[in-house]
Every structure is written in structure tokens, then in C-alpha cells.
Design a protein around this ligand. Sequence first.
Ligand SMILES: C[S@@+](CC[C@H](N)C(=O)[O-])C[C@H]1O[C@@H](n2cnc3c(N)ncnc32)[C@H](O)[C@@H]1O
Length: 197
Amino acid sequence: MRLRHKKDIENFDFGDQLIKQVDQPLVFNTPKVILEIGVGKGSLIKNSALNNPTITYVALEYNLTILQSLIKAKTVEKINNLIIINNQALNLPDFLSFSSLDEIWLNFSDPWLKKRYHKRRLTYPTYLNIYANLLKSQGVIYFKTDSSSLFNDSLTYFQSNSNFQVEVLTYEKGAFCTEYEIKKADLPIYYLKGVKI
Ligand SMILES: C[S@@+](CC[C@H](N)C(=O)[O-])C[C@H]1O[C@@H](n2cnc3c(N)ncnc32)[C@H](O)[C@@H]1O
């Protein structure tokens, strides 16, 4: 499965390996559910799912071309605890129920540095309010970036949102990494967690 052209990809039937739309929010049968938003090629979530079969991992990415390798890995390696959604973060409430998530991961989200595009940032207040609804009480958002500007603004977004208690963390490389985490390994990486209160 290697589709190069956007038109071919949009028309390809990935069957139940890929979710593009739903009639009602998804239901998961594991006690713990983790969502990663903007997974890109998805190596972190793939390896996490392979190593933690009792956790459900939900991968969200709006670029279907980038998602291909993750869909292929899910199919070939039969990663049944990995759910892949091809859609936009603003539509998450269509796919996931209120208070259904234990964690949300935002890794190296696009910084959108120009002020007129700040509202596209995945940590922008509009998005934080969506995440607050989807997280269980005490659920956690982990946010990692190499952009100091995005980080500092995001800290403000979290601090201004009464749903979250925010804490700046010291970044340490974990057992598995995202593609950008490897690419940016020589740069300072900023890290925070926001706990839903
Ligand atoms: C800079 S890349 C980082 C990819 C990956 N997280 C990593 O660390 O390697 C950001 C990704 O987020 C996706 N993305 C950006 N905004 C999104 C949105 N609103 N909904 C879904 N995906 C989004 C982009 O398509 C892109 O693949």
C-alpha cells in the first residue's frame, strides 16, 4: 500500500483500519485511553500501542498522505488497540465522548508564529476548551515543543483557563520518540503538563 497522489489516497478504501467519520462517538473497552493530536507519521503512538496492549491509543491527524505509514503498520502488525482518525482537531467532539480520555499528547504542534494564525494553534483557548470536555477529571495534557514562542504563549493559554492546573516539566527523552523529536534532538525542548481540575 503506497499511494502517492492525493486523489488516489482520498478515494482509497482503508476499511476499518481508518476512521474518517462517525455517526456517534466511539466507545472503548479499556480503562485507559490516550489521544495524540497531529501524530504525523505516528512512530511514538505506534510503539506505545505495541508495548501497552491494555491501553487504547487514538491517533488523530488531518493529513492523510502523512498517515499512510501508520495505517500500514496498524494493518500489518495488527495493532488492535490503535485507533486512527483522519480529521481535524476541532471535530474531536464528534468522535470522542465527554470525559472519556485519560491523556492527550501534543507533540511538536505547528507553531503558527504569525499572530493572525495563532487561533490555529492546537493549544489555543478554543482547543483547550474542547480538550477539557474530553478529558476525565485529573486527566492530563502533555505538550512538547521546540518553539519557545509557542511554548510561552501556550503557558499563558493554560494559565488563563480555569479547567487546568499547569506545570512546567523538565524534558527527558522517553523510550519512544516522535519523528520531530528525533529531528529536533539538538535543540532545547520545552515541556509542560496541564491537569484537568
Ligand atoms: C509539525 S508536525 C508534528 C508531527 C508529530 N507530532 C511529530 O512530533 O513528529 C504537526 C502535525 O500536526 C498535524 N495537525 C496540525 N493541525 C492539526 C489539526 N487541527 N488537526 C489534526 N492534525 C493537525 C499536521 O498535519 C502535522 O502532521
